[in-house]
Design a protein. Structure first.
Length: 256
C-alpha cells in the first residue's frame, strides 16, 4: 500500500469516526439503550397487541394466596375493571374479608353488605394494588406522564440491578408505579408502588406468563413490603370481560 493510499484510508477512517461521534452527540440511540416509545411498543406487542388490549374492559380471576409463614392457602377472588375499580374476596381459614376500590375511594368489610370506608393507610395500599393489576395499555395511555428511572436527556432508559428497563407512571396523591421490563421478552416481571417520603415501597414479582384470549397474563405473583416477602398468589382461573363484571363491582350504600 503506497503512502498516498494509506493517507486516503486514514482520512476516510477519521471522517467516519467524526460522523459517528456527531451522531451520538445529536442524540442517536446507542446500542442497548432504547427510547421510551420503543420499549412501550415492544411491551404492547408482547402482551397481545394494541387492538387486543383495547378490547379489555376488565377481568375476573380466582386463585390461592399464601401469606408469610403460613401453609394454609387463602382462597382469593378478584374482579377488576379498568382503569381503577377492584373487588377482592379473601377467604381466610378463620374469617372472610372483602375489599373494594373505586378510584380514590375504598371500603372494607366481611362481605359486600358490611362495607365501611377504609382508613387512609389501607386505602393507599388498596389503590396501589388496583393500579398494579391494570393491563400494560396504561403505559401507552399515559405515555406523556412516564418518567424513566435514568437521567438521560434523550429519554433513553437506565436499567435496574437485574438488567431490566424501568419506567415510572405517577398516580395522583403523590403515588407512583415503576414497571420493570425484561429486555429479552418485554414482559413486566416486577412492579413497585410507593409514595415519596414513605419508609418503604410495595412490590410484586410476576412469572408463569400465559396467553388467555390473546392477551398475556402472569399466573404467579409474589409480593413484598420493602425487602420482606409478604405473600405468593397463584392464579387458578382467569376470564377477560366477564358479563357480570359491573354488577360484581357495584358497591351498596356504604357511605363515604
Amino acid at each position: 500500500m503506497t503512502h498516498r493510499t494509506m493517507s486516503v484510508v486514514a482520512a476516510i477512517g477519521l471522517a467516519a469516526g467524526l460522523f459517528a461521534a456527531g451522531a451520538v452527540l445529536a442524540g442517536e440511540p446507542q446500542s442497548g439503550q432504547p427510547k421510551i416509545d420503543d420499549v412501550i411498543s415492544h411491551v404492547i406487542d408482547a402482551y397481545g397487541g394494541e387492538k387486543a388490549l383495547r378490547g379489555v374492559a376488565g377481568f375476573h380471576a380466582r386463585g390461592n394466596q399464601w401469606a408469610l409463614q403460613s401453609d394454609q392457602p387463602i382462597e382469593t377472588e378478584r374482579w377488576f375493571a379498568r382503569p381503577d375499580r377492584l373487588r377482592l374476596e379473601l377467604n381466610y381459614p378463620d374469617h372472610h374479608e372483602t375489599r373494594v376500590t373505586d378510584g380514590d375511594h375504598g371500603w372494607t368489610g366481611d362481605s359486600m353488605t358490611t362495607l365501611r370506608p377504609a382508613d387512609e393507610m389501607k386505602l393507599i395500599a388498596m389503590r396501589m394494588q388496583t393500579a398494579r393489576l391494570d393491563i400494560p395499555l396504561r403505559l401507552l395511555e399515559h405515555k406523556d406522564k412516564i418518567e424513566s428511572r435514568g437521567t438521560d436527556p434523550d429519554d433513553r432508559i437506565e436499567k435496574d440491578a437485574e438488567g431490566r428497563w424501568v419506567l415510572r407512571i405517577p398516580i395522583d396523591a403523590g403515588l407512583y408505579i415503576d414497571y420493570h421490563i425484561d429486555p429479552k421478552t418485554y414482559h413486566i416481571t416486577r412492579m413497585v408502588a410507593g409514595k415519596p417520603g414513605w419508609p418503604m415501597e410495595f412490590s410484586a414479582d410476576y412469572d408463569q406468563f400465559q396467553m388467555v384470549g390473546g392477551v398475556l397474563v402472569p399466573y404467579r405473583e409474589t409480593t413484598y413490603a420493602g425487602h420482606t416477602k409478604t405473600s405468593t398468589y397463584q392464579t387458578t382461573g382467569f376470564t377477560w370481560n366477564p358479563k357480570d363484571l359491573d354488577a360484581n363491582l357495584r358497591v351498596p350504600d356504604a357511605g363515604d
